[in-house]
Design a protein around this ligand. Structure first.
Ligand SMILES: Nc1ncnc2c1ncn2[C@@H]1O[C@H](COP(=O)(O)OP(=O)(O)O)[C@@H](O)[C@H]1O
Ligand SMILES: [Mg+2]
Length: 580
């Protein structure tokens, strides 16, 4: 099915408005045909005999008014429907994107996704309102004119209609070209959006490495490609009026030649012929508009195609039918022979045969070299990705049998990269715990060692921190993230290198905050600070996706030549070096 027609289903809720618009179009078409018909009365009655002047003048005004009023209201209503459809499609698309899995976002950049929501959806607006309006309104007018032609001279009218395929064929060809070039243009626009989003997000690095010229160059190349794609489209579009112009001229010359004979032989009065000729002449306007309809629809089809590419995706991670809510953790979390690979084959198998039991209330430290698969392992628990083989269970039940929402609500996460929103400090701490009382927010901030610096800010908890919290230091951001997790009060906690990017002073504060956070919770901690690791109930050493050792700190250290012992030595040396 044509993607644009599929998209037109979004107009269903607005059928009433469409029907009203259609009624106004009928009025518009009647006015148009009426004007052409009145030309005959002007010539044959008013000019030839001097009768009916008042009546014909009044009718002329009435027909013009019908055309004007019908044209205005139909355009207004159609534009309203178009805007509403765009609004609905946008909201639906945004929501659908948010529901996609982590893998979806790993494959696409935010610039690309934004381009679909703004540019591609914007493309269809014109098609739904203007183009559909043109199609219906001008077709109705054409019907009126054609009826008039047949009314005067059926043979002549028939001859002209036989010429119609001559017009339609090049339009169909051009339409197909439009679809292709329009798709390319949208792709280039998406690329442009991607390049600029990347440069803006990374503006610090761009400045630090003085790569402004390089980024500007990339943008220019992308911009130039867009220009070329757009010009291909323009070349096709601009050909349309030209084609219509030539065909119109030919048609009119033929009508004149034939009409002179008809008048001479007395079959038509000069007034009738003039009216016939005028109808033909007036058909040119609607025909020109209609000639663009196909091209515009093809353009909209290309955009719709790209919209449905996303809307037709199903998230890899979804609620199973019959999924039940998870209400909490009573006994244990278990990884049973878990295997995992990212769906692009490049990286191969990341985790294999990982088995691990975490009892309620325990703290488990996962250690291992960078790239060993630690982050991947903990991302499986909130189902950012689903296991490739094996299973993860909570109190014996597969986590895939729980609803995603309830599963994730039981898990608090603090990572190395804190994500803050352009909101107040209070709003950021209460993110995901809507309706939290100010007292509760402050209590969480105190436990996270964040209250002191927040209180020192100009507007305290109401201070707006800017996009991604750029006005805060790393340690401050980290403590806000911890406060957020504290307020969320989830029984299961994941800490992924939550302190690795901090200086000694903020680290002490953050460590203390983390201690408060971990109390009475089941925690999986990825850490390289020995102090954190030593306190863990269980240490898991991961190497190239396998668990190579598990045990408590003392047990593992006693294994001479063990992996943990080696990592410990390295870490000890590093920490000593730093404290010197
Ligand atoms: N989204 C992804 N797609 C494909 N491969 C990935 C992705 N994320 C991580 N990897 C690969 O998985 C391996 C383990 O990464 P990760 O779990 O982040 O390691 P760690 O946290 O232990 O440093 C790495 O080799 C990395 O290249
Ligand atoms: Mg990691």
């Amino acid at each position: 099915m044509n993607p644009f027609l599929r998209l037109l289903r979004f107009t269903r809720p607005y059928r009433g408005r469409l029907a009203a618009a259609f009624a106004w179009m009928v009025l518009y078409a009647l006015g148009s045909a009426g004007l052409a018909k009145l030309i005959q009365n002007v010539f044959d009655e008013v000019l030839a005999t001097g009768r009916n002047l008042l009546f014909v003048a009044g009718a002329l005004i009435a027909a013009s008014a019908a055309k004007a009023v019908g044209g205005y209201f139909s355009a207004y209503l159609m534009s309203d429907v178009g805007q509403r459809v765009v609004m609905d499609v946008r909201t639906r698309l945004f929501r659908h994107m948010l529901d996609q899995s982590a893998a979806f976002f790993a494959r696409r950049s935010s610039g690309q996704l934004m381009s679909r929501i703004t540019n591609d959806v914007g493309q269809i607006q014109q098609a739904v309102s203007e183009t559909t309006c043109d199609l219906l309104r001008e077709s109705l007018s054409l019907v009126g004119y054609v009826a008039l032609l047949f009314y005067y001279d059926a043979t002549l009218a028939f001859v002209f209609l036989c010429g119609a395929p001559l017009v339609v064929y090049p339009l169909a060809r051009l339409g197909r070209l439009m679809r292709r070039t329009s798709r390319r243009s949208q792709e280039q626009l998406e690329h442009l959006s991607h390049v600029s989003a990347e440069a803006f997000t990374g503006h610090r690095i761009v400045k630090a490495f003085a790569t402004e010229a390089r980024e500007a160059g990339r943008f220019e190349v992308a911009s130039n490609r867009l220009y070329r794609a757009n010009m291909k489209m323009s070349a096709a579009l601009s050909a349309l009026p030209a084609i219509m112009e030539i065909l119109g001229g030919l048609g009119m010359a033929a009508a004149l030649w034939y009409g002179v004979h008809e008048i001479a032989s007395g079959k038509l009065t000069p007034g009738q012929f003039t009216s016939f000729f005028a109808a033909l002449f007036l058909m040119y306007g609607p025909a020109k508009k209609l000639s663009r309809v196909n091209a515009n629809f093809q353009q909209a089809s290309a955009a719709s195609e790209r919209i449905f590419e996303i809307l037709d995706l199903h998230s890899e991670v979804e609620d199973r039918p019959g999924a039940v809510p998870l209400s909490g953790l009573l006994h244990e979390i278990e990884f049973r022979d878990v295997g995992f690979r990212y769906d692009d084959d490049r990286t191969g198998i990341i985790l294999r045969g990982v088995s691990l039991a975490i009892r309620q209330g325990q703290t488990v430290a996962v250690v291992g070299r960078s790239g060993a698969g630690k982050t991947t392992l903990v991302n499986l628990l909130p189902r950012f990705y689903d296991v490739t083989s094996g299973a993860i269970t909570i109190d014996g039940a597969d986590i895939r049998d729980f609803t995603l929402r309830s599963l994730r609500s039981q898990i608090g996460i603090v990572t190395q990269e804190t994500v803050l929103f352009d909101d107040t400090i209070a709003g950021n701490i209460a993110y995901g715990s809507s309706g939290a009382a100010p007292d509760a927010i402050e209590a969480a901030a105190r436990a996270a060692n964040a209250h002191a610096f927040i209180a020192a800010m100009p507007q305290g908890y109401q201070t707006v921190i800017g996009e991604r919290g750029q006005r805060l230091s790393g340690g401050q951001r980290q403590r806000l993230a911890i406060a957020r997790a504290l307020l969320r009060n989830a029984p299961i906690l994941i800490l992924d290198e939550a302190t690795s990017s901090l200086d000694a002073e903020s680290e002490r504060l953050v460590q203390e905050a983390l201690g408060n956070l971990m109390a009475n919770r089941t925690a999986i901690v990825i850490a390289h600070r020995l102090s954190t690791i030593r306190r863990a109930d269980l240490i898991v050493v991961l190497e190239r996706g396998r668990i190579v050792e598990t045990g408590r700190h003392e047990e593992l250290l006693e294994r001479p030549g063990g992996d943990y012992a080696r990592l410990y030595e390295m870490q000890l040396a590093a920490e000593q070096l730093r404290s010197e």
